[in-house]
Write a protein that binds this ligand. Structure first.
Ligand code: HAM
Length: 422
């Protein structure tokens, strides 16, 4: 085959018709289940102002410092959204969603962009589904968010997962912890990676999230944030753990889990799968009680998660879970001659009107080739029609699976098909 002249950008892939069924299946499932949790969908633009993402996620995070797709138009600087928490919060503030009353329970499904080095489970354009609950500081909202996340994986049959949980405390607790971290790291400052050195003063918490090899031994023995939580933070964390236990959701506490964005406060969590390899995080999230104010809104508590859709599919593959099923169409009208072809074309809308999926040949092929095509299209039935059938008003109705045929009127056929697909 000739080498194609054009290709997708590195780390970005086409989702082709043979794969689309699993996407549609998952998206439908997410929508149905989100509805049961009373979450409403929100859709925001693919581009956001650079300033929002920098402020929202933090200047020193990997995403902002290394992975952003940025461009400008005139004086305006934009990025392709690397995640949706900051954009959803921007939409909440900009559109005064607080005025709708209560907490806003929002969900989303869509593409995100991060210029990471592509590998299995890591792409430059990838897809997330997620939830943001804005307006509640109650641990009930943390736990509902986590419950929804796990619920989706369970519905699909991915149950072999570990929920990692931590609290990174409120700002006071975190300041105390940052001081402790600096004191601990200072004697080994020279051993830190370049990026961690940069983070030492402004945001030493980020060092715990470092992937650099030289940082790992230092991270392993670092003080634990859980030892620096103040009373309020301890109390919130305890409630989250109790409510999770009430729901029978097991978790593993991981005092080094700090997550990759600066907006987190209090609860932080990740859902890990042993079926994913190196990129083992299926989903992650947490509380971000300061972000709304940070980007210009009123102080408003919030919590959410996002899940990687491609990683969910990798886990499905490893576990032999087939989400999409096979392509199929209810009926294929096989025609012989122009007269029959025009008749067939007119019957298609009548069948579709009854909820039956129906197709016919678009290529002027022989009857034999059309039967072959009906098989390839995985048609459940075929209606075979030529001049004689048209004259007699009886058509060959073929069950493609059972290889059985009978002669029926079009009305009988369409009623049968409608019953089947009801
Ligand atoms: P995150 O941990 O950066 O969190 O991303 C969530 C999930 O997206 C990851 O666990 C992973 O499954 C998937 N993911 C991230 N990067 C890639 C990539 N390059 N390729 C494939 N999958 C990827 C967030 O995005 C936060 N906004 C979550 C959140 C919502 N926190 C509060 N609310």
């Amino acid at each position: 085959m000739a080498q194609p002249k054009y290709s997708t950008h590195l780390g970005m892939v086409d989702i082709l018709p043979d794969e689309i069924r699993k996407w549609q299946f998952l998206e439908n499932l997410i929508r149905e289940e989100a509805h049961k949790f009373n979450f409403e969908e929100i859709r925001t633009p693919i581009m956001e102002q650079t300033e929002l993402i920098v402020r929202g996620l933090g200047q020193l995070t990997d995403i902002v410092s290394k992975e952003i797709f940025a461009f400008s138009r005139g004086d305006d600087n934009y990025v392709l959204r690397p995640e949706l928490t900051a954009p959803v919060v921007r939409a909440y503030v900009e559109n005064h969603l607080d005025q709708r009353g209560g907490s806003q329970k929002l969900y989303y499904i869509g593409p995100m962009f991060r210029a990471e080095r592509p590998q299995k489970g890591r792409q430059r354009q990838f897809h997330q589904f997620g939830v943001e609950v804005i307006g509640s500081s109650d641990a009930v909202s943390d736990v509902e968010v986590i419950a929804f996340m796990i619920h989706i994986y369970h519905k699909i049959g991915i149950t072999n997962t570990t929920l990692k949980l931590n609290s990174i405390g409120d700002p006071d607790s975190r300041e105390a912890y940052k001081d402790a971290l600096r004191t601990y790291l200072k004697p080994n400052y020279e051993k830190l990676s370049e990026i961690s050195k940069k983070r030492f003063e402004k945001n030493p918490l980020r060092i715990l999230d470092s992937k650099e090899e030289e940082d790992q031994p230092l991270i392993e023995n670092a003080p634990l944030i859980t030892d620096y939580l103040n009373e309020e933070s301890v109390s919130h964390y305890s409630r989250v753990k109790e409510y999770l236990t009430d729901l029978g959701i097991s978790f593993e506490e991981d005092p080094y889990l700090v997550r990759g964005m600066d907006y987190y406060t209090q609860t932080a969590f990740e859902l890990i799968s042993p079926d994913l390899g190196a990129q083992d995080a299926l989903a992650g999230g947490g509380r971000y009680d300061l972000l709304i104010e940070e980007i210009g809104g009123q102080p408003t508590p919030a919590v959410g998660f996002a899940a990687g859709i491609e990683r969910l599919f990798i886990a499905c593959e490893e576990l032999g879970i087939d989400l999409g099923g096979e392509k199929e169409v209810d009926v294929y009208i096989v025609t012989l001659g122009d007269h029959a072809r025009r008749w067939g074309l007119k019957q298609l809308p009548k069948l579709r009107e009854k909820g039956v999926s129906a197709t016919m040949d678009y290529m002027g092929r022989s009857m034999k080739a059309q039967m072959k095509d009906a098989n390839r299209e995985n048609a459940r039935y075929a209606i075979i029609v030529g001049e004689n059938e048209l004259n007699e008003g009886k058509f060959t109705f073929r069950d493609m699976k059972e290889s059985k045929e009978e002669a029926l009127s079009f009305e009988e056929i369409s009623n049968l098909l409608a019953e089947q697909s009801a």
